[in-house]
Design a protein around this ligand. Structure first.
Ligand SMILES: [Zn+2]
Length: 337
């Protein structure tokens, strides 16, 4: 099995056509790309989930191993701990991948963890689990996937701090984010179907979709936006906010799949409910980008963390790709202030 033991790799072609990239992705999703476990699917998902968190360089998008494996671990936490989904074909010696063993050991030493979201574990524990997963998985997936993609997907060095997604692949992944997500889920579900049975194997696609963590409690953002930045009016209709205030994902969560301050606005319940899973009007991009320029000056640690690698035109770029993915624009002309 070539590739998995590579320690580093350079990008072999900087201008692949869309046809060439579809062919490579379809190869990786197919049975021709060797898989004993689901790491490749999990890794592609972690790349897709991190497309708006990286740092742009001349070569492409730099993502740290911490960002990639943080998300990778969080997604698997839900699949392995919450849904009990096995992730490896038995090889005669073991039924479980190292990843499952690491996560199950973490729960075994503190069973109450099994009922918690990964994000609500304490910081030291989370860091320790992510560290173990990253040490174990990166050596089995990064080189193997690089080889499957004929060296065009990213450049990497396992001794470095991260990898760089090839610029043309990054643009392709942005343009086709939701199709790639679906194809990846489909291939992942097919793999899981063969090695899981009983309750675990029911609603596989739903479980894969639900694996992406979503923060239930956004009140901390409401406090920051209201108290620190005095946002007292609904972002959409401009009316004064009353007692019930909603923290809204400006670009819907279903596309961004992340909770970051630069994408949060305060809205009245009526606007938030009407907007639902739709894109804000294009005109509002100017306002959110201006608002973000003000907020990012703050030295609050949460603000700094959420704005890491943020660029001025990020909302506009995401808006364009979200529209391409099929999201409709919210047409509401009730703004009066
Ligand atoms: Zn409103």
């Amino acid at each position: 099995m070539a590739g998995w033991n590579l320690k580093n790799g350079v990008i072999t072609d900087y201008c692949c056509s869309d046809d060439c990239l579809w062919s490579l992705f379809n190869h990786v999703f197919s049975d021709s790309s060797r898989k004993r476990n689901t790491y490749k699917f999990g890794f592609i998902k972690a790349l897709l989930d991190n497309l708006f968190n990286g740092f742009n360089t001349a070569e492409g998008l730099f993502l740290s191993y911490g960002q990639i494996f943080g998300r990778f671990t969080e997604n698997y936490w839900n699949l392995v701990v919450r849904y009990n989904l096995r992730q490896m074909r038995s090889d005669g010696r073991s039924e479980f991948s190292r990843l499952e063993i690491i996560l199950n050991e973490a729960v075994g030493s503190n069973p109450v963890c099994a009922f918690l979201e990964f994000d609500s574990l304490d910081f030291i524990r989370k860091t320790e689990i992510i560290g173990k997963v990253a040490d174990e998985c990166r050596k089995y997936v990064i080189g193997a996937l690089y080889e499957d993609f004929d060296g065009v997907i990213y450049s990497f060095d396992l001794n470095g701090s991260g990898l760089t997604v090839n610029r043309c692949v990054y643009e392709f992944m942005l343009r086709h984010k939701s199709e790639l997500e679906k194809l990846n889920y489909y291939a992942w579900a097919k793999f899981l179907e063969k090695i899981n049975s009983g309750n675990a194997a029911v609603y596989l696609l739903d479980k894969l979709e639900a694996a992406t963590p979503r923060r239930g409690d956004l009140s901390v953002y409401q406090v920051i936006l209201r108290k620190e930045f005095e946002e007292n009016n609904c972002f959409y209709c401009g009316k004064k906010l009353g007692g019930r205030v909603h923290v809204d994902h400006f670009i819907p969560w279903s596309f961004v799949r992340d909770d970051k301050l630069w994408n949060f606005v305060l809205a009245c319940p009526s606007c938030n409910e009407k907007k639902n899973n739709r894109l804000p009007k294009h005109d509002l991009l100017i306002r959110i980008e201006e608002r973000n320029r003000t907020i990012m000056q703050s030295d609050d640690s949460l603000v700094q963390k959420d704005f890491e690698n943020y660029s001025d035109d990020l909302p506009s770029r995401i808006w364009k790709y979200a529209k391409l993915s099929g999201l409709k624009e919210f047409q509401d002309n009730s703004r009066s202030a």
